[in-house]
Design a protein around this ligand. Structure first.
Ligand code: IPM
Ligand code: MN
Length: 338
């Protein structure tokens, strides 16, 4: 029946398995999404370091345009040791973040309850299209004693404001309604001042949300010693990069850390990827933990409006799982069956 088919049509998902452990963990994520009863039609894109070494393609404008028609992009990990640093990162990952306007990088952290703490969840909202990542700067007289290198941080009012507003909206939707802006306003006085003023201004629209500010160095201490002070953290691109590795390290390890690169305006697909890299040293050994990829797929389902499937996947991931990459995927999938 045509109508029924239209109502039940599958989500179109572009899959970039990438390099190293990327394809293995993504295969488990897809398995789990299907086990949760969400219909997806996947299209594989062969991109990453291996593809680049083969024929030089990183991410052509044509491929980028093909990606635009999908409901979402699921990415494993990209990068191989044979390719110099920056080539794949800038040419593929950052190109997608910038060109698809994925201006929010949302990274949730869940700390399991222990005998002396009740367990805690907090979310970092990392600005994802500006800051030192834009590639502003240059080099002069490279390789000479007089060489000069500059690398600026670009912060626009529009870019900071849309990210900060997203973080406030998220905080307002959560029981604790607390937001912490993290920066280095005592040293980065130009960018920090813009971030502080924007935060103060947007705060007036959210009177229910309590607001705090931490310098990024102090935030590193609190992430380790007292993360329960955080609910929603909002910060710039580079601070967010560093803080979210730390967040992963203090929340069960980077093997559990998931992320959503969001275009909240929905002018194109959003992209979902584990925080971890391609781990070439363990590629093909079936030992990588697929949970970060599975939880990233759950974030994708949240964004597609499949909240209950996403929640069921998170509960299935919260139970202890052991074994190989495929064992863990099978186990989590089996918890969702029926
Ligand atoms: C991340 C990664 C990337 C980043 C790299 C691979 C470019 O570390 O997603 O956190 O710095 O954003
Ligand atoms: Mn990172």
């Amino acid at each position: 029946m045509a109508l029924e088919y239209a109502l039940m049509s599958a989500y179109e998902i572009a899959v970039i398995g990438g390099d190293g452990i990327g394809p293995d963990v993504i295969a488990e994520a897809i398995k789990v999404v299907r086990a949760a009863g969400v219909e997806i039609a996947t299209t594989d894109f062969d991109l990453g370091g291996a593809r680049y070494l083969r024929d030089g393609e990183i991410l052509s404008d044509r491929t980028l345009d093909e990606l635009r028609r999908f409901d979402a992009i699921l990415l494993g990990a990209v990068g191989t040791p044979e390719v110099p640093p920056g080539v794949i990162e800038r040419g593929l990952l950052l190109k997608m973040r910038f060109e698809l306007d994925l201006y929010v990088n949302q990274r949730p952290f869940v700390q399991a309850a222990t005998t002396d703490s009740p367990g805690h969840e907090f979310i970092v909202i990392r600005e994802n299209t500006e800051g030192p990542y834009v590639g502003e700067g240059g080099v002069l007289r490279r390789g000479t004693p007089h060489e000069v290198a500059t690398q600026g941080s670009v912060n626009t009012r529009m870019g900071v404001e849309r990210c900060v507003r997203y973080a406030f909206e998220l905080a307002a939707s959560r029981p604790r309604k607390h937001l912490t802006m993290v920066h280095k306003t005592n040293v980065l006085t130009f960018a920090g001042d813009l971030w502080q003023r924007v935060t103060d201004e947007v705060a007036t629209e959210f009177p229910d949300v309590s607001v705090a500010y931490n310098h990024v160095d102090a935030a590193c201490i609190y992430f380790v010693q007292d993360p329960s002070r955080y609910d929603v953290v909002v910060t710039d691109n580079l601070f967010g990069d560093i803080l979210t590795d730390l967040g992963g390290a203090v929340s069960g390890g980077i093997g559990l850390a998931s992320s959503a690169n969001l275009n909240p305006a929905r002018t194109g697909p959003s992209m979902f990827e584990p925080v971890h890299g391609s781990a070439p040293d363990i590629a093909g050994t079936n030992t990588a933990n697929p949970i970060a990829a599975i939880l990233s797929a759950a974030l994708m389902l949240d964004f597609l409006g499949e909240d209950s499937a996403a929640e069921r996947i998170r509960s299935a991931c919260a139970q202890p799982s052991q074994g190989s990459t495929t064992d863990i995927g099978d186990l989590i999938a089996s918890r969702l069956a029926g």
